[in-house]
Design a protein around this ligand. Structure first.
Ligand code: GLC
Length: 437
């Protein structure tokens, strides 16, 4: 019988709540057609049409250490790689299939190289593992909601043995949990229709993963997808409950709480452009400025942001992704303290931007300057022990200007004579507050 142990739970999610910012990597054969990781499904592509990508897969410029350095420099504290996506292609040397990177011209175990390199940079590591599998003959084809061959009656499911697929899938997860060292996060994807929970033999699967990797975190997609919060939200945890909720391509309007009102652990996964896997023609990139602000938004609402990179078939980040990560990294280099280990401030969202907080340190993320001295709502002058610019430690005086003499109860900061904020992305002022605030 599974019992939910709240103390063990709090202990294992601690690093995750502190990490706040991670990178997601969607990498696989689909980088070659460069039309997204769903290409087989959206184009109803038969297996034979996909196999040429397997036979030519050779990301010659793949360098896990360069990826890991870039992630570290961007300020990410953890990273998650697609060990297997829905197409079924394994980026690791799976014992029970030939459909894997080690059997392509590339011939290397990408998961192992990734894990070694990211751990060496001090990042926590996670693996994404698709519960769906469009390569395996025992996965339902005809009539499935997502399978590439869903409309083809010739691909009827007689003779497909579901239990055989489950055995295969469980064995792969076991191999990842036993032969690849310590994993910090297992990111299953995803449940739909009746394909959820025990259909995946989820109790056994979750138990196996937790037994083999006692400290690992599981996401909630054995019982949900980007839709549905899962059983932790309902305060009735199933044996396969996720440790974290996984909103996708959005940030929950007010963070996430369970039905009793207690804060939940969550992570918004988001793309830089509009695609997970590499899509050459998708140039709809969010700016680094915007992504920093969205990261701050997640933290201010008690969540994490998992930002995706879809490397090219050559094994490199698209140049736009590199530029974005560089710029995020320059901001994080000065301001990570206002992200890591931070959470909601317990105050209303201020007009100038957002608050994050870690104990007695309150961080003012100023996206928009005031005209003149900057009002800090809900904080009194007497509550403030010090105010400094986080980027350089310089003092930020409290304003004594006559212009706000009619507002004696509001505290104003004097950011200096320049109306333009020193960091146009997000200028962070750190307030040390009196105990008890
Ligand atoms: C979706 C998609 C998938 C992507 C994932 C990331 O569930 O199926 O392609 O990997 O979201 O969250």
């Amino acid at each position: 019988m599974y019992t939910f142990d709240k103390r063990a739970y709090d202990r294992r999610v601690r690093w995750f709540r502190q990490a706040r910012f991670g990178l997601f990597f969607h990498f696989g054969l689909y980088a070659i057609p460069a039309r997204g990781e769903w290409v087989r499904s959206t184009e109803r592509m038969p297996e034979e049409a996909y196999m040429p990508f397997f036979h030519s897969f050779d990301p010659a410029r793949f360098d896990a250490r360069a990826w890991a350095r870039a992630a570290k420099d961007a300020g990410a504290a953890y990273a998650v790689l697609t060990a297997k996506h829905h197409d079924g292609f394994c980026l690791f040397d799976a014992d029970n299939t030939d459909f894997k990177s080690t059997r392509t011209p590339f011939g290397r175990d990408i998961v192992r190289e990734f894990l070694d390199a990211f751990r060496a940079e001090g990042l926590k590591v996670g693996l994404y593992y698709s519960l769906l599998d469009w390569h395996h003959p025992d996965y339902p084809h005809y009539g499935d909601r997502h399978h590439p061959m869903r409309d083809d009656p010739a691909q009827a499911n007689d003779g497909r043995v579901w239990e055989r697929y489950l055995t295969y899938m469980h064995a792969q997860v076991r191999q990842l949990c036993t032969q690849y060292g310590r994993l910090d996060l297992m990111w299953f994807d995803f449940s739909y229709d009746d394909m959820l929970g025990e259909k995946w033999r989820a109790a056994e699967l979750a138990d196996m993963v937790r037994t083999l990797q006692p400290d690992i975190l599981l996401n909630n997609r054995l019982e949900a997808s980007g839709e549905g919060f899962g059983s932790l939200y309902r305060c009735q945890p199933t044996p396969w409950h996720g440790d974290l909720i996984t909103p996708e391509q959005m940030i929950p309007p007010a963070g996430l709480r369970d039905v009793r009102g207690e804060p939940l652990v969550w992570e918004s996964c988001v793309t830089m452009n509009n695609s997970w896997g590499y899509v050459r023609t998708d140039r709809h990139y969010k700016s680094a400025d915007m992504l920093v602000k969205k990261l701050v938004e997640c933290v201010s609402k008690g969540g994490n942001m998992l930002l995706n990179v879809g490397p090219t078939a050559a094994g490199e980040f698209p140049p736009e992704a590199t530029a974005i990560l560089d710029k995020i990294g320059r901001w994080m280099d000065k301001n990570a303290e206002s992200i890591r280990s931070c959470g909601p401030a317990g105050l209303d969202k201020p007009e100038f931007g957002r608050f994050t907080r870690n104990g007695s340190a309150l961080y003012l993320h100023i996206f928009e300057n005031a005209l003149g001295p900057l009002p800090v709502p809900q904080v009194k002058r007497d509550d403030i022990l010090s105010a400094t610019m986080l980027s350089d430690g310089s003092e930020v005086p409290l304003s004594a200007s006559w212009v706000h003499s009619d507002y004696p109860d509001v505290c104003f900061l004097d950011l200096g004579p320049d109306p333009v904020l020193p960091d146009e992305t997000d200028t962070v002022v750190k307030l040390l507050l009196k105990e008890g605030f």
